[in-house]
Design a protein around this ligand. Sequence first.
Ligand code: E4P
Length: 218
Amino acid sequence: MKIFLDTAVIDEIKKGLETGLIDGVTTNPTLVSQAKVDFKAAIAQIASLANAPAEWAVSAEVTALDCAGMINEGIELAAIAPSVVIKVPLTVEGLKACKALSGKKIKTNATLVFSPNQAILAAKAGATYVSPFVGRLDDVGQNGMQLISDIKAIYDNYGYSTKIIVASIRSPQHVVQSGLAGAHVVTIPPKIFSQMFSHPLTDIGVKKFMEDWAAFKK
Ligand code: E4P
């Protein structure tokens, strides 16, 4: 399973990269505005971070609403670095742009996906990634993780190469469920990445081992 960090805060990404466990980054207009960074400069900086793995993937979202505008933005953003993936919303215009960008060998991420039908269309448009938002579905009383299982089953039925990024993750449990459903990628807030390391029995175990070791060495 690949782990992406869902943030535009450079220091958080650098810290994640230090673990050697982060495969990519996803951003969106909200995250960029919260990080208060210059969008293109931040994407360039994230794309060129020192410890990034060879297959580093950095999603940058278009803000135009029409196909032509999205294609222009996508071409401009993709020129920043080979690791840049163009995020387009799952709208008619977005998928037209997705198909055009895919035809130019530009990597794409169809975002704001909330149904299996939308995911089918993203795959047919040649999206490199599809981003179903599980937390936002849970927020409105639907079952976000069921969507992931449904998309995985459909993609497997037809051998679609589009990779599933589980997005809008709210807890470490969503990560576990993503793994059980066979999702290719989870994109998680840095706080949840930290929580994935934690277990009280690990802390107790380390403390006891250190105490026993110290007593033995005396
Ligand atoms: C994914 O690419 C999105 O940036 C993100 O996961 C959205 O999450 P949210 O629902 O917490 O805003």
